[in-house]
Design a protein around this ligand. Sequence first.
Ligand SMILES: C[S@@+](CC[C@H](N)C(=O)[O-])C[C@H]1O[C@@H](n2cnc3c(N)ncnc32)[C@H](O)[C@@H]1O
Length: 318
Amino acid sequence: MVLPRDPLQFAVVREDPRVEESLLRERSAERALLIASGGCTALHLRARLPELRLTLVEPNPAQVQHVERKLAALRQNTRSEFNIDDDRTDGLHECGNFERLFRLLRAVLDLWVVSAAERRVRLADAAADWRDVIEHPYWPVAFSTAFADDLLVTMFGPDAVQHAEPGSYPGYFRRRIEAGLVAADRDRNPWLHHVLLGHYLPAAVTWPPFLQEPPRDLEPFEVLPVTLLEVDSFAPYDFVQLSNVLDWMSETDCRALAGRLGTELRPGSRVLWRQLNDPRDLVGHFESAFKFSEIRDGQLTESERSLFYDAVHLGTRR
Ligand SMILES: C[S@@+](CC[C@H](N)C(=O)[O-])C[C@H]1O[C@@H](n2cnc3c(N)ncnc32)[C@H](O)[C@@H]1O
């Protein structure tokens, strides 16, 4: 059988939604615009900040349908569909293209580095030492196999990798995962576990935040089915979250988006974005209209436990 191209790219949001939660609480934000992706951040914010009015922006209809499937599963109270202690490939957190890429990473680990059973035992153990795995000759090979440029380009298109140094993704992701394996929270980091196991451990404390505490309101989200630059107006929002979409955008489009946000947002409104293997200084595009703090951005990057980003930036409209 020839496989059709699956339009679902991200089953899971690999972003720590507690970053958004703390920023939204800090200013008692009322209306937020958020990239939908796999819906995890939206579900977490709805659970923790039920008064917040949330609008999602997402040009890929498969992502929007996926968020609806998650809401339907939560309505049925079936957390078992979310790959808790179960690596079913059709589970709600294993069924996108990026999740297949991590399955490829794990296949190399299974074949040459460390069994899934041993990974599971070690991830449940806060005292586990991963040095023998990290020093294994095939450990970097797992990353170079899964994060090959041609696989990433075929999956996400050339725009998604346009600003990264060619061939830099394997090293980037290996360093990020290694940082997770030596961090104090390695026995309860759902993003780390999901990458290395394809599922979460049974203890609720190891689940993504929205599964630990699901929202009560399980009605569909308000969704703008467009790209960020096609959003009619940013004026209604006091918080705009850009995920790491800027990484995928040309310099011209980043400048255009920063210009629109600077013109349309009210003073005091905030914009948040993450950067993944994109070494550009994007703050410069925003600086005329937004205030930034390097110290604050460093703290936000540190507190971002999904491990995927080397930079998080928060701008406040002057
Ligand atoms: C940029 S991707 C990053 C994924 C994320 N960091 C993660 O691993 O969950 C997130 C989402 O952004 C959406 N997206 C891509 N370009 C966009 C744009 N210009 N405007 C709005 N959303 C966009 C994609 O469809 C995808 O669902």
